[in-house]
Design a protein around this ligand. Structure first.
Ligand SMILES: [Zn+2]
Length: 56
């Protein structure tokens, strides 16, 4: 399974493995979370830990 590299929507920095991120996404209408990774790739907007600090 090839995933798109997640980048921060604020600073465009690549999200590193194990980094804490904030994910903004629409809750899926259809039932079931079996395709959560695919769903995150499609709908997820990531904000890295650095930019999360700025929001607060
Ligand atoms: Zn960022």
């Amino acid at each position: 399974m090839s995933l798109i590299k997640p980048v921060c929507m604020k600073c465009q920095k690549e999200i590193k493995a194990d980094e804490k991120v904030l994910v903004q996404l629409k809750y899926p209408k259809r039932k079931g979370f079996t395709e959560i990774k695919a769903y995150l790739n499609l709908e997820g907007k990531f904000i890295c830990s650095e930019c999360t600090k700025e929001i607060k």
